[in-house]
Design a protein around this ligand. Structure first.
Ligand code: NAG
Ligand code: NAG
Length: 380
C-alpha cells in the first residue's frame, strides 16, 4: 500500500481501493472479535476494573508482565499505570517501542496503523492473497505491549494457491515519508527490489539513487536538498576576474577572465559554477610576451622573415615560435632552429650566434640569416 503515494493508473487505484475495503472489513471483523472476547471475559469473570481486564495468570503466554498497579502513584516517576492487554493495569513506560520495521515475512505484509511503534500502537498483519492465518482470517491486529513485544503469536500465513493472477498482487514497497515526497521529484515506485531516483525540486543538488530492499527498507538514507554555492574564484596574476565580488556564487553563475595589456590568456575565458560546487575549469594564466633575443640577424616569425627591430616592441606573444638562423659548422650556409616563447622566456637556440656590430654594419650580406640556405641533406 505504500505505493499509493504515487499517481498510478486508474485501474491500479481501483484495485488498491478494493484491497483497502477488504482490509477495512477484515479489520472490523477482528475488532468485533476482540470486543466479543473482552465482553465474554468481562461477563464470565466479572472482575474487571473499568475497561481493562484483570491480569489473568497463565494467560501471559510467552510475555512478561510489568508490576501490577491501580494508579500512576503505584509506579515510579518514569512509568504510568496503563492497561496492558492480558497483563491488566501495569506500570509501563509509554514511550517504549516495539520492533519496527519487522523482518520480512514470506506470505504476509505488516503495516503500522499508528503513527509510531510505541506502547499500545496497532499493527496490521495481512496475508498475501490466497494465504490465511490459523484463525481462518487473512488479517490480524497486534498491539505493542509494555514488554516491547507485539501481542499475540507470530502470525503465520499458510495456504499458497493463488486467487489472483500475479499482476494483480499489491507489491511490497519501501516507505517514503511525506517530507521526502515534498522535497524531491522521485522516479520509480518504491517497490521492493527496484531503485528510485531523486531530483531536488527546489534549486539544486543533482539527483541520486536509492534501492528498496527485500525487507522494505532503503539501502541508503534519503538525500538532502540544499543550496550549493561555489567559492570565490582564484585571482589570476596579471589578469582580472570580471564578476561582482561575492562571498559565494550560485550554480550557473559565470565569471570571465581578462589579462592585462600584452599578456595572453592561457586557459578558459569563462568559467561556470557547477551543481557540485566546483567551477567548470581551473582559472587560466596570463602569459607574458617574450623579447626576441636577436638584434643583428633576421628571424622567421609566423612564416615571415623579418628584422627584430621591425617587430612591434621587438617582442612576440606567448606560444609563438621563432626561427633563428644558425651557421653550418663546416659549410658556408645557414639553417633555421626554432624556439618557442613561454610566458616571457625565449632562449636563442645553442647554435645561434649574435653577429657583431662590425659584421652587421660592414658585411650585412654575409650575415648567417642572409647567406644561402643549406641543402636539406647538409643538416642532420
Ligand atoms: C534490511 O536488509 C538490509 C540488507 O539485507 C540490512 O542491512 C538491514 O539491516 C535490514 N534492516 C532491517 C531493519 O531489518
Ligand atoms: C564536479 O563535477 C565535474 C563535472 O561533472 C567534475 O569534473 C568535478 O570533478 C566535480 N567536482 C567535485 C569536487 O566533485
Amino acid at each position: 500500500m505504500c505505493c499509493s503515494n504515487f499517481r498510478e493508473s486508474d485501474e491500479h487505484e481501483r484495485i488498491l481501493g478494493v484491497e483497502a475495503n477488504k482490509g477495512a472489513i477484515a479489520v472490523m471483523v477482528v475488532i468485533v472479535c476482540v470486543c466479543v472476547c473482552v465482553c465474554v471475559c468481562v461477563c464470565v469473570c466479572g472482575m474487571t476494573k473499568g475497561s481493562c481486564p484483570e491480569r489473568l495468570l497463565g494467560e501471559e503466554r510467552k510475555r512478561t508482565c510489568s508490576r501490577p498497579c491501580k494508579a500512576d502513584k503505584d509506579c515510579g516517576n518514569k512509568r504510568q499505570c496503563l492497561c496492558d492487554g492480558h497483563c491488566g493495569l501495569s506500570c509501563v513506560a509509554p514511550g517504549r517501542t516495539c520492533p519496527w520495521p519487522l523482518p520480512p515475512s514470506e506470505n504476509s505484509a505488516a503495516r503500522l496503523l499508528s503513527p509510531k511503534p510505541i506502547f499500545s500502537a496497532l499493527l496490521e498483519v495481512r496475508c498475501e492473497p490466497g494465504f490465511t492465518l490459523p484463525s481462518g482470517l487473512d488479517v490480524t491486529i497486534r498491539r505493542c505491549q509494555g514488554d516491547r513485544q507485539w501481542s499475540g503469536d507470530e502470525p503465520i500465513c499458510t495456504g499458497g494457491f493463488q486467487l489472483f493472477p500475479a499482476s494483480l498482487l499489491v507489491p511490497s514497497c519501501c516507505p517514503l515519508p511525506d517530507e521526502v515526497i515534498n522535497t524531491f521529484s522521485i522516479q520509480g515506485d518504491a517497490t521492493v527490489g527496484t531503485s528510485i531516483r531523486y531530483s531536488c525540486l527546489a534549486d539544486t543538488v543533482g539527483s541520486s539513487e536509492n534501492y528498496c530492499q527485500e525487507n522494505q527498507t532503503w539501502q541508503y538514507p534519503h538525500p538532502i536538498c540544499k543550496k550549493v554555492y561555489c567559492q570565490p574564484p582564484k585571482e589570476v596574476e596579471q589578469g582580472y576576474v570580471v564578476a561582482v565580488q561575492k562571498t559565494e556564487y550560485e550554480v550557473g553563475f559565470e565569471i570571465h577572465y581578462l589579462c592585462k595589456k600584452n599578456f595572453l590568456l592561457d586557459g578558459p575565458q569563462t568559467v561556470t559554477c557547477l551543481s557540485n560546487g566546483s567551477w567548470s575549469a581551473p582559472p587560466p594564466y596570463c602569459r607574458a610576451r617574450c623579447l626576441i633575443p636577436a638584434e643583428r640577424s633576421r628571424v622567421v616569425i609566423g612564416g615571415v622573415k623579418r628584422w627584430p627591430f621591425d617587430v612591434t616592441d621587438g617582442m612576440v606573444p606567448h606560444g609563438e615560435n621563432v626561427m633563428f638562423y644558425c651557421k653550418h659548422p663546416h659549410k658556408q650556409c645557414g639553417f633555421t632552429a626554432a624556439q618557442a616563447c613561454f610566458d616571457g622566456k625565449l632562449q636563442p637556440p645553442a647554435c645561434y650566434l649574435e653577429p657583431t656590430w662590425f659584421q652587421y654594419k660592414l658585411f650585412p650580406h654575409r650575415l648567417v640569416s642572409e647567406i644561402e640556405a643549406c641543402e636539406s641533406g647538409d643538416v642532420e
